[in-house]
Ligand binder design. Sequence first.
Ligand code: PGA
Length: 255
Amino acid sequence: MPNRTLLIAGNWKMNNDVAEAAKLADELAQALPEVPAGVEVLVCPPTIDITTVHDRIQAAPIALGAQNVYWEAKGAFTGESSCDMLKSAGCTYCIIGHSERRDYFHESDEDQNKKAKALVAGGIVPVFCCGEPLEVREAGTYVEHVVAQVKAGLEGLELASADQLVVAYEPIWAIGTGMTATADDAQEVCHAVREALVELFGAEMADGIRVLYGGSAKPGNIAELVAKPDVDGALVGGASLKAADFSEMVVKAAE
Ligand code: PGA
């Protein structure tokens, strides 16, 4: 078994104004003065909060990520942030391809491909999300669906090392619904994702790339999820908004 460091990543989504973000970041820094061996911790606040959160968690072993990026370097792209801008604000990770971006903002696989390439070239690790809606799960074609997203989104990406990419499998029916996939469901698809990564990047590289599960991950289920061989952590929405829950997940993941 390869020795992949688990990643517990918080996706705050569109929650917390600057004052609230400062408070949560302080609570996290206090709750996680150190993290257990074998676990890495990441928080991804809204863009407006990134600088504040950076200042508050600087001394803590918590990495900082964004929730979105635009692939161009600069210019007339109102409302967007470039990879270099995120980096200058302290980000080392960036979520891309979240189902909410794909659904509400009509982002395509092609968009994710451009974002992934811009991030890797610019030295930020993409947390590339994929996952099927309920009707695809019910039709039984979820593995094909997710594998197609991974291949289209990451095709042609050039990696020098496995730590330049993270993939997060998030079944849409499990996001924010309290309906967690079982650990076996998560393992089945995370394993298929890894096989797709083997095709894209070769076996050795794929072996080192972290594949997370996301969708109602919480303190009560994190241990059984990360016990699965292809589940290397979690992308956490709701439970990342409470410092006590999120830090408990970090501790439980390590046990
Ligand atoms: P959830 O969200 O943990 O609230 O289900 C996960 C995500 O969308 O990343």
